[in-house]
Design a protein around this ligand. Structure first.
Ligand code: ADP
Ligand code: MG
Length: 319
């Protein structure tokens, strides 16, 4: 039987692309939150791009267009934050069905402008085309950081503490509420807002990247079970997560207690929190001026322990 993409998985496919296209010397290419391209000016340019497809990443009938505009820019800006950089510019490409109301796009652009303006990222171009039925959005983001300061996924060391910048699982709880069609009381709406209006941790990322002893960093888009695996593979180390240490918001705890949901499973397996996941020495952790929670430790022994039975989200894979 012919090999299908579902056999390969999202990351298997990216691995194949990566084998074929090697990055030039001194450039960080495929495999991190952003590409890092050194410039002559003493700054490095950061570049990333992300796509959102109707039906896969959002439900048009549910997400307000303002929130979709916000989220499209926010998830890209978050990849700049993940390197410890400052966003500078975005490019927006849209494929839209001809029957879409013009007011929908107006609201989309308001959301997009509000979040990108907040972080100083100017919209400098893009592409517009018709789509037969589904909305497809692609954003590319540019950012910068002082030379050699970008925090990669490949620099975690055994003995590092594993930290996150804030509570996990709210976004996954919000998504679950949307998919299950729950009644939206204040708590449920708060989780849905976290899912629809993520706030990239740009300032936190910059401060972490300026702190000696902060080693590897990424943003949490797929869930720590899946995202941490990337740090493990890139750094050639293992990790032990302490499940009870995962920070859970009071709102998520209340909703989970009421509905019988497993808060830890949402926190570890669910994605789209867009908090930063980073590793640092215990000494650096003691002195950090960025709010954070310690959730585990990097180990010399390979493999990810402490999250057995939980999994993240992999496009293409069936299970
Ligand atoms: P993130 O969740 O941070 O956006 P992804 O998991 O989407 O990152 O992607 C992982 C890495 O693979 C990134 O470095 C990204 O640029 C790269 N990548 C993903 N898809 C492609 C592709 N089609 N061609 C080249 N690189 C890709
Ligand atoms: Mg990322």
């Amino acid at each position: 039987m012919q090999e299908k993409l579902s056999d390969l998985g999202e990351f298997g496919l990216i691995g194949r692309i990566r084998e074929r296209f090697r990055a030039p010397e001194g450039v960080t290419g495929i495999g991190d939150d952003c590409a890092v391209i050194p410039q002559r000016s003493g700054r490095d340019t950061l570049v990333s791009t992300d796509m959102l497809i109707e039906g896969t990443h959002f439900l048009r009938a549910d997400i307000p267009p303002y929130a979709l505009g916000w989220k499209s820019a926010a998830v890209n800006i978050s990849d700049i934050a993940a390197m410890g950089g400052s966003p500078t510019a975005t490019f927006l490409s849209v494929a839209l069905p001809a029957g879409l109301e013009a007011g929908w796009m107006e609201a989309f652009l308001r959301g997009y402008a509000d979040i990108s303006g907040r972080f100083g990222a100017a919209l400098l171009g893009g592409d517009t085309t018709a789509s037969p039925d589904r909305i497809c959005i692609n954003v590319a983001v540019l950012g910068e950081c002082p030379s050699g300061t970008a925090r990669l996924r490949s620099t975690a060391r055994p003995g590092d503490l594993i930290c996150v910048t804030d509570c996990l699982g709210d976004s996954a709880g919000g998504l679950k509420a949307i998919l299950e069609g729950l009644e939206r009381d204040a708590d449920v709406q708060a989780l849905i807002d976290r899912h629809y209006l993520p706030l990239p941790r740009v300032e936190e990322g910059r401060r972490l990247a300026a702190t000696p002893g902060v080693h590897a960093m990424m943003d949490i888009s797929d869930g720590i079970g899946s995202d941490l695996q990337h740090i493990l593979e890139a750094s050639g180390v293992g990790a032990e997560i302490d499940l009870p240490s995962l920070p859970l918001s009071p709102v998520l705890q209340r909703v989970c207690a009421r509905l019988g949901w497993d808060a830890a499973a949402l926190a570890a397996g669910g994605g789209e929190d867009y908090e930063l996941l980073f590793t640092c020495t215990p000494e650096a952790e003691q002195a950090l001026d960025v709010p954070h929670f310690v959730i585990g430790e990097m180990t010399a022994q390979g493999g990810l322990r402490g999250l057995e039975g939980l999994s993240g989200f992999d496009h293409f894979r069936k299970s």
